[in-house]
Design a protein around this ligand. Structure first.
Ligand code: HEC
Length: 98
């Protein structure tokens, strides 16, 4: 399917999932998802990053921005892992749809 069509279908869906099914993701991505779930739900629901429209390659910067919030407590190693997961997840979402 052409990317543009997929994007249109996604936009029409309107759901705001607060968790995702990562059972088809590679094991190392599932591990990163757990880390992401633990680190990124302290101040808001997971729904925010899961549905944010951050462009390709933008997650590293975004995760670093979140980590700068007072009390975020996300180590540089964790930031790296979480950014890898979010890049992967959003790329897959664009390719496959929900
Ligand atoms: C210490 C608190 C805190 C933690 C931890 C935190 N965030 Fe946030 N986040 C915020 C606040 C406050 C906002 C809203 C204001 C802003 O954008 O800075 C926000 C907003 C966001 C948004 C914007 C959503 C929108 O509608 O534009 C995204 C995406 C996001 N966070 C992702 C993450 C990710 C990914 C993590 C884990 C790496 C994370 N956040 C961890 C405090 C936090």
């Amino acid at each position: 399917m052409r990317p543009l069509l997929v994007a249109t279908l996604l936009a029409g869906c309107g759901g705001a999932p607060n968790e995702i099914d990562v059972s088809t993701y590679p094991a190392e991505m599932q591990a990163r998802y757990e880390l992401f779930e633990r680190r990124c739900t302290r101040c808001h629901e997971l729904e925010r990053p899961l549905n944010a429209r951050v462009g390709e390659g933008g997650w590293e910067h975004y995760v670093a921005k979140m980590a700068r919030h007072p009390g975020a407590g996300i180590s540089p190693e964790d930031q790296k892992e979480i950014a890898i997961f979010l890049e992967y997840h959003h790329t897959r979402r664009v390719q496959e749809g929900p």
